[in-house]
Every structure is written in C-alpha cells, then in structure tokens.
Design a protein around this ligand. Structure first.
Ligand SMILES: [Mg+2]
Length: 125
C-alpha cells in the first residue's frame, strides 16, 4: 500500500509518515498541491492520500480538481487532514470524492484506522 502525504508543515508530514509507515504503508511526501500533483503523476499506484487544505502555491481543494482533471483514471482514497471544518469546504471536498475528514491535531490511531478502512474498501471494489 502506498500513501501520499500532502501538507506544508514538515512536522505534520513527519507525524503522518510515522503513523502510516508504522501500519505498513510506503509513503511519498509533498509540500503543497503543486508538488502533490507531480508526485501523484510519478506514483499513480498511490491508494491513499492525506491532504491538507491550506497550503501555498496550490490548496488541497485545487489539487483535487487538478488531479481529477489531469488523471481521470486513478481514484485513490482521500482524507482531508486540516484545521478547517467549514460546511462549504466539506461539501466541495465531498463532491471531489473525499471520503474522510480529520481535524488537527489528529490522533495517529484514528488516521491509521481510517487509512486501513478506506484502502480495504478500495481493494474490495
Ligand atoms: Mg497547511
């Protein structure tokens, strides 16, 4: 299983990486939406994406729109990891296929459980 971790905070990326690699995921990191787009193009076998909303250059939502447009054939499970929980943002993300929403600061166990549940659902579909 391969996961893409997208956040402009190196500390958050480290925490997420530690949690997911402990659960057996291979991880790829990106520091903004633009970087994430390049990384997912180079790693189209990514099954799980942990995505921040607020980032310089390209936001998490803009990344999702670009990914859907440029890579229509891939459908990784996506979880937003953010301090933002506004209903309009959540709705926009859901329309772009986001399956989960985790608020920072996050619990590693919750993130891992969500990653496992969503990637298993993906494998079964
Ligand atoms: Mg951020």
């Amino acid at each position: 299983m391969k996961a893409l971790i997208v956040d402009d905070s190196m500390m958050v990326r480290m925490q997420v990486k530690r949690a997911l690699s402990g659960a057996g995921f291979d991880t790829v990191e990106a520091q903004d939406g633009m970087d994430a787009l390049e990384k997912i193009k180079a790693n189209q076998d990514v099954q799980f994406v942990v995505l921040d909303v607020n980032m310089p250059k390209m936001s998490g939502i803009e990344f999702l729109e670009a990914m859907r447009h440029e890579l229509p054939d891939i459908a990784p499970a996506i979880v937003m990891l953010t301090t933002e929980g506004q209903p309009d943002l959540v709705q926009r993300a859901r329309a772009l296929g986001v399956k989960g929403w985790i608020i920072k600061p996050f619990k590693a166990e919750l993130l891992v459980a969500t990653a496992q549940k969503l990637t298993q659902a993906l494998a079964a579909s």
